[in-house]
Design a protein around this ligand. Sequence first.
Ligand code: ATP
Ligand code: MG
Ligand code: MG
Ligand code: MG
Length: 480
Amino acid sequence: MTSSEIRAQFLNFFKEKGHKIVPSAPMVIKDDPTLMFTNAGMNQFKEFFLGIGKAKHNRVADTQKCLRVSGKHNDLEEVGKDTYHHTMFEMLGNWSFGDYFKKEAIQWAWELLTDVLKIDKDSLYVSVFEGSEDDDTLEMDNEAFDLWKAIVPEDRIILGNKKDNFWEMGDQGPCGPCSEIHVDIRSAKEKAEVSGASLVNQDHPEVVEIWNLVFMQYNRKANGQLEPLPAKHVDTGMGFERLCMVLQNVRSNYDTDVFTPIIREIETITHTDYGKEGETDVAIRVVADHIRAVAFSIADGQLPSNTGAGYVIRRILRRAIRYGFTFLNTKQPFMYRLVKVLTDTMGEAFPELKEQRQLIENVIKEEEHSFLKTLEQGLLLLENIIRKNKGETVDGRKAFELYDTYGFPIDLTALILNEKGLSLDEDGFGKAMKEQKDRSRAASEISKEDWVVLTEDLEQEFIGYDLLEADVKLTKYRKV
Ligand code: ATP
Ligand code: MG
Ligand code: MG
Ligand code: MG
């Protein structure tokens, strides 16, 4: 089954169950101060769960473009290194707004996976919320447990903790237990040796979560107490690329037809072979993943820039360029050349890609061009610094100079140092930054500040995302 057929099967199935099929909301969110990017299918329906708005249809299904690179859901560091987390991915979902509840949600999920899509029942595990020790108002989800017990053998039902099996929108508001479905795609031999049940929720690349069924049945009040919701809702999310991996019988999302055309193109452009060498493979996966995130953002109208969402996109693109530069030997712009194949594979489902193709290519090419210049120069200088360095810590002032004078990204410095077993003197960097700021203030009272210290948590969260990779926390500064 091709990925397009899989997507269509999902939507058809829920259409036949009385769901209205709606388009994906944009991936870049413009009007919500709490969220920059859609990170789950439910985002666009938030107000229905909060009781602010009323849904036109009480059963809805779609495939939603999601991006998980900031805030609560930040998978960036995993991307490329593992085979099943992406920055941008599609989340298939079905919803009930005060209509059906656990019984139908569970039965239909099972029917779709096993009857329609023919996934081997013996490879599936389901999880149920076990109740929480640290919050005595939370009970075990016996209702879901009994429903599952009627369908699957009890040893395939895993009890899960609050972290994995209880969903909350925030400190307040609608929340409830969830049941997740996991697939064990290991070989028969491996399955015989180690039980799949013990590998659920253990970050095993071949025992992966595919579908989360959230049952919103409580409202958490400002004082922390839970009260039952008058209308109960269902919110589900299934990773499309992971589903394709299972149905196409491969071991990695990158081996599905969602990614293989892009990977073939990367191999051709960079004269590399995917599947031969660890570091090259990581870099190819990073590039194949990030081109999607960046292209879809631009198609949504979010161009790379120095602030806000645009800054996040710029950093994602730069991360890919830098992986290419270091591991694929790409010294010329090349990512923009992947837009065509991406459009060919996804343009049917997401026509915005086709419509904006020219713009997407131009913007990416321009970004690559200017960043490559910076990279080349900066890497040489950094090598020099590393060569002359004594001890395990590199002077923050030197890193600052590289950053300030040559525009070399500080997170990249930290990343490279980290790869070489060195660390960055954060305090020295911060001090140099502050001194520079003071100097420029003194130099001209009327000139505007070059640097701002961000105070909003939200912004600090996303500015810091790829610094975490190098385990430094230089999250407070950005150039404006
Ligand atoms: P995981 O535990 O694998 O990180 P999650 O529990 O964070 O997943 P949910 O928030 O439950 O994910 O999202 C619903 C579904 O979306 C998951 O079951 C999974 O199939 C898919 N999904 C989540 N994060 C990603 C990602 N970064 N890339 C691809 N698919 C994802
Ligand atoms: Mg996750
Ligand atoms: Mg999970
Ligand atoms: Mg989950």
